[in-house]
Design a protein around this ligand. Sequence first.
Ligand SMILES: Nc1ncnc2c1ncn2[C@@H]1O[C@H](COP(=O)(O)OP(=O)(O)O)[C@@H](O)[C@H]1O
Ligand SMILES: N[C@@H](CCOP(=O)(O)O)C(=O)O
Length: 291
Amino acid sequence: MVTVRAPATSANLGSGFDVFGAALSKPADVVRIEPAEETTIEMYGAGSEYIPEDPEKNVAGAVAKALDAPAEIRIDKGVRPSSGLGSSAASAAAVAVAIDEAYGLGHSREELVPYAAEGEALVSGEAHADNVAPSIMGGFTIATPEGVTQVDASIPLVVCLPELVISTRDARRVVPRSAEVSQVVDCVGRAATLVAGMFRDDPALVGQGMEDGIVTPARAELIDGYDGVREAALEAGATGVTVSGAGPAIIAACEDERRKGIASAMLDRFAERGIETRAYQTEVGRGAELF
Ligand SMILES: Nc1ncnc2c1ncn2[C@@H]1O[C@H](COP(=O)(O)OP(=O)(O)O)[C@@H](O)[C@H]1O
Ligand SMILES: N[C@@H](CCOP(=O)(O)O)C(=O)O
């Protein structure tokens, strides 16, 4: 039996649509696997009642198939589905790392990323690697068709998860098909600033780099109360605020001592609209861990 904990992740970080991602120190999925003749899946934990156990419909089955390694798989969800916190990616990442260990396949962490991305193709229609890369490798990641660049960054974060459900597949349909050159220039500047911030462990630069005028405005409209929550987080000292992944989670970067105040400001603003919300005071964290 092999056990792996794989973390939730926040993709895009504003200016890095489908490219940037960060592992979060919490929450996480825990997966136990045993090699078997055929793949079976049992689901437990947060939101598991909404996730199919059929290997053809669960990301875990897609990853086992991609690695050609059937297994009995038990998944304890810490990351509820359709959250914008890489719920499906956490399971996919954990299964890839666990199967590699159990079957002694000997893949590197970077080599496992495309196998885990097959799970994302199953649920969102595209094998985007911006969630599975940080969940497998940890830290901040830049995922491109050429591979993954990883940085062990240390940035305090607050993530708010309202009781709203947005599927990544649906949220991908609102992404604009084109952008003005002036918008692209702004986005390149923001993205470069964010990368510099991650290398320097500088929350101010990371926050500046989280601004985005192309994808985020369309996504924000799907989240009831987004503008008010963002404003409240900035007033409480956040250096930057954006939609986490496809939403509805909202992520804020900040200095360590500001996390508590930002979390409570965001929670209050959602509460004013009668939306139950959970806040995680977290940080850029480690990737999948074997037990
Ligand atoms: N092991 C899994 N964990 C989470 N979601 C899964 C899993 N397998 C399949 N799914 C499906 O994936 C969808 C959630 O994925 P997605 O919309 O990308 O949300 P998230 O942003 O939280 O990853 C749901 O429809 C869910 O049923
Ligand atoms: N780049 C993807 C990321 C989706 O992240 P998730 O956590 O919502 O699954 C997108 O923005 O569509």
